[in-house]
Design a binder for this molecule. Sequence first.
Ligand code: SAH
Length: 221
Amino acid sequence: MGENRERDRAFLLDEIESELRSTCGMTGRESLSPQVAQALLKVPRHAFVPREVEWAAYRNMALPIGHRQTISQPFVVALMTDLLDPGPDDVVLEVGTGSGYQAAVLSCLVKQVYSLEIVGELAVLAQERLQRLGFVNVEVREGDGCLGWAEHAPYDSIIVTAAAARIPKALIEQLRPGGAIVAPLGEPQATQDLVVLRKDENGRIRERFVLPVVFVPLRDA
Ligand code: SAH
């Protein structure tokens, strides 16, 4: 079983790499950094989805996780992680813990991940799951991600995994100069734009469009 899953993850990684090659005209990324690829090979995605959809855990698709929420498509997780350019000393904030899968992938690449989830039950489940699987450098809290998590700011990067019309102001404030935010921007019932926002050393903000994506909406508390 374990071996099969390793093989499934390797196949999934091939698919992700091939989708990256075909979208690199837009994303500017032709392949994943070796570290991000390693993290995807390591994290057991099947342990982050409900039993009913476990069979599809290594398909390149978003899956339902209850509470009308989803675990993102692996290609999108891979691309967003790569766009963050995570470094081993980084402290990262995630908005939208969901299953905890994206947080687990990031935790393999950085020093500490803080993750906010507005649905209390999902927050509890994700924290338990991450602990059980040994992803100890992730802290999950129930809360409204639009307000950020000021206690641990400033963050080296911030990843938002739910869609809003604009990036919440608190998140931009909690990003360190030189850092980046990756987020889907746009209306909920449509395709959104995956965007990379950079804050330069003088605090100036630039946004770059990367790719059309589909996410569940970022909720108001
Ligand atoms: N990153 C997740 C996928 C997230 S789906 C994973 O790897 O599985 C988006 C999540 O954002 C959902 O769980 C949803 O409940 C949560 N969410 C929506 N609005 C939010 C908000 N304002 N603050 C925090 N979390 C929010």
